[in-house]
Write a protein that binds this ligand. Structure first.
Ligand SMILES: Cc1ncc(COP(=O)(O)O)c(C=O)c1O
Length: 440
């Protein structure tokens, strides 16, 4: 390795950052960002089709966000919401309650990540209801802390055991048709009648569009039917909007597509526009369960919540949900057109700018091996676009770009994806090149 290589950001990163916290799908190492592009060492700009795995919904270096964060730092109203209220946190909570449908008195809790927010929701639901069991889905990803991990059903979580009493249901996948909606509901009824008495269940955690499990849009009516069954038994409905909430799917909340009326809504990623910020919105009688029950010193601090206020304002004033719907439809249309030339594209699906492309062996219909998916992502990076893969078989390209993506950028993205598919099929990327980037 030359001196320049060994002192590169990527080489230094490899020497000091722990592998347990990395999910690197390409050699991209960033020194800056502007609009919908990341700037890598050396100055090349890469079109970001992932928004850094979701949070950067305003893109990078958004002037309003930068100004609000700088202002919040100039005369910092403390650094801890648990010790004293600050204007940004309280105003953000007021706005979250305003935009989140729900009835009765509700309260907001702030955290730093989707993981801590799901952990908080679980813990308080268990304590407040006196019920200790949860329902979630095979393929779901709710986070990487002890609680959120223990109710996740992703293959990336199999290193840790699910929590005792967890009922994991299949998430019906209309493309694979592994289980129909009716079959899953029948299984739930059977569990309720036998080994999972519903009075033991505090809540069901659901993703209104399964993200890390493969960008699966549930069959129409399935989640609503599940909600109705749970409601009958006093089981609370928790909707995890961490990845797909706040405009990404063309509506402010993804659950609105499904006709859901959640008891508890969990926000993360986009809420901070890139700063660490999450929130749980739920009924007062649950969220006020006991003082000093879910304390994190710097959660709800005035800097992160200043960013949150800008995000919610931009959603409203910059028409981001409408843009996500329009540009997302153009993107999906273009990807489906690519499918005519590429038999590896089995299915294009999503809502708005939460888009998945399932890659298959064109002869058998089976998922491609993960190495093939990794090669496409690697080659696309070389050609100038960044995105990641998801899915229990690692064969789904995931696109969750900033909601500011333009139609011109969609055209650019489609050109890069087309070329990347051609190059990988022609064998222009080796197994050795992508070996370090096969993550899950
Ligand atoms: C649906 C969902 N919930 C929760 C999380 C965890 O969020 P975080 O990584 O911010 O802790 C993720 C992360 O990908 C997610 O997709």
């Amino acid at each position: 390795m030359s001196t320049a290589e060994s002192s590169s950001l990527r080489a230094r990163d490899a020497r000091v950052i722990a592998n347990i916290g990395r999910l690197r799908f390409s050699p991209l190492a960033v020194v800056g960002g502007v609009g919908n592009r990341l700037i890598e060492e050396g100055g090349r700009q890469v079109l970001d089709l992932s928004a850094s795995c979701g949070p950067a919904i305003l893109g990078y270096s958004h002037a309003g966000l930068a100004a609000a964060v700088a202002d919040a730092c100039k005369s910092m109203a403390g650094a801890s919401l648990l010790a004293y209220p600050n204007e940004n946190a309280v105003a953000l909570a007021e706005e979250l309650l305003r935009i989140t449908p729900g009835s009765g008195e509700r309260r907001v809790w702030f955290g730093h990540s989707g993981s801590d927010a799901n952990d908080c929701a679980m813990r308080v639901l268990q304590a407040a209801t006196g019920r200790s069991r949860f329902i979630s889905f095979i393929g779901s990803y709710h986070g990487n802390l002890s609680g959120s991990m223990s109710i996740s059903g992703h293959t990336a979580m199999t290193h840790s055991l699910p929590r005792a009493g967890l009922l994991l249901l299949p998430y019906p996948d209309p493309y694979r048709n592994n289980f129909t909606a009716d079959e899953v509901l029948k299984l739930l009824d059977y569990q309720f009648a036998t080994t999972c008495p519903p009075h033991q269940v505090a809540a069901v955690f659901l993703e209104p569009l399964m993200s890390d499990g493969g960008l699966i849009v549930p069959p129409p009516g399935f989640l609503k039917a599940l909600q109705d069954r749970c409601r009958k038994h006093g089981i609370r409905v928790v909707v995890d909007e961490v990845k797909v909430g706040l405009g990404r799917t063309g509506k402010i909340h993804c659950f609105e597509h499904e006709g859901l009326e959640p008891d508890v809504v969990v926000f993360g990623k986009a809420l901070g526009g890139g700063l660490p910020l999450s929130a749980v919105v739920g009924p007062k009688e649950i969220m006020d369960h006991a003082p000093a029950f879910a304390l994190q010193t710097t959660a709800g601090n005035p800097v992160a919540t200043a960013a949150g206020r800008v995000v919610l304002r931009a959603l409203k004033e910059e028409g981001l949900a409408a843009n996500a719907e329009r540009v997302g439809n153009a993107f999906m249309h273009g990807l489906r057109a690519l499918g005519k030339d590429h038999s590896i594209i089995g299915n294009v699906r999503g809502r708005g700018l939460a888009v998945g492309v399932e890659l298959i062996d064109g002869n058998t219909g089976e998922p491609v091996p993960v190495v093939t998916t990794a090669k496409i992502i690697y080659r696309a990076y070389q050609l100038g676009a960044a995105f990641v893969y998801v899915g229990l078989r690692g064969n789904v390209l995931e696109f969750t770009p900033p909601l500011t993506l333009t139609e011109a950028e969609v055209g650019e993205a489609l050109g890069i994806i087309d070329q990347a598919l051609r190059d990988v099929i022609a064998g222009r990327v080796s197994d050795a090149e992508v070996a370090p980037f096969m993550m899950w």
